[in-house]
Design a protein around this ligand. Sequence first.
Ligand code: SAH
Ligand code: SF4
Length: 395
Amino acid sequence: MNAADSAEMLLHLAARGCAQTEDLDTADIVLLNTCTVRDHAEHRALSFLGRLAKWKAAKEGRVIIFAGCAAQRLGKSVRRKFPQADIIAGAKNIDGFAEIIDNSRLFAPAGAQSGQEQSGLIGLVNITRGCGFKCAYCIVPYVRGEAHSLPPEIIFKETRRKLDGGAAEIMLLGQVVNGYNYKGLNFSGLLKELIQLPQLKRLRWMSPHPAFIDEEFAQTIALSQKLSRHMHLPVQSGSSKVLQEMKRGYTREIFLEKIKLLDQAGVRVSTDIIVGYPTETQKDFEDTLSLLDAVPFTGAYCFKFSPRALTPAAALPPIPEEVVEKRLDILLNKVKQSSKAAYARQTGSVQPVLFETPQNGRTLTNFWVRTTRKYKIGEITDIEIKEAKETILLG
Ligand code: SAH
Ligand code: SF4
């Protein structure tokens, strides 16, 4: 989502005559787009901003834009503590970014044409903004605001622009991407319309929420080989008690039913897990471990619980750090085994691979493949999987 937001902000900068560079020495402007989901991410952004003071002082006229979720949360105090930040543009203001930079008077006026964006092979398209849930640990609704779905005309325009700019695959984005609903057009309905676009080779989405996985969705998936057979579906915990305390809106049993539905539709699933939620007992943790036995996840990101300001969970007494560390260690080991087994199961299969480099691409189920022969970038070719390494298939 941040990558998509960055691309959007870069387009506005490009319209004002800026060209992109990754090289700090030659840059005149730094656009720092931030995340505040966990304390660690925010901390890294702030320490980078601190280091930029020297960069700014080294040459007259250098500009720093501090943007995104941490900017939303910390705007005023950043202004006070980091005077080097010229512009602060919070995540809620992404639609108003052009106005913010114009008001700063640090940029030339926008030209009539911003030119065709070079999308790269995967085009990121936002379809919802904000979040309508209030999971007890999560700061996202506070920094990204209320949920709303973008009108299909805008989504189609963006998608076409990315496809014209060279994208073969489109990744639809939203905090609860499959909760999309614009005047009765739901997520399945939107997918059905988007797959009609002839230039589109693959359609993926992130992040879906278990609450919106239903029969209609499973039937929609079956309609087209353009539709991803992989989903990153965060579960957070394997304990129904913890899930309820987290206010996730489903139990372990309901999650397992959704997984069954997806499995029947041929969809492979990876997930996010939070370890050390304040009320997580040893028994709850074991429930999470046993969920990994019950569901053949292809991978999982595991996060230590990070107390975030404004969220109810931040007020709960934390569990000791050494307990959390130990649980994380055990969990990571288990995830590694589960992922290794998922890769191993692919050996011997033939799968359509979309090539992102001449010898690397992804299966429709989102496994990364390396081939001995070279193929055309952006094309889909059936590849026989000969061998599975821990995080890559050889074809
Ligand atoms: N909207 C997505 C998740 C967005 S945040 C969803 O609901 O599935 C991305 C991930 O960060 C979450 O899935 C969660 O695992 C993790 N996360 C969010 N808040 C956290 C916190 N306070 N501490 C640790 N991990 C957190
Ligand atoms: Fe955060 Fe929950 Fe919204 Fe995901 S659904 S962004 S975890 S509040």
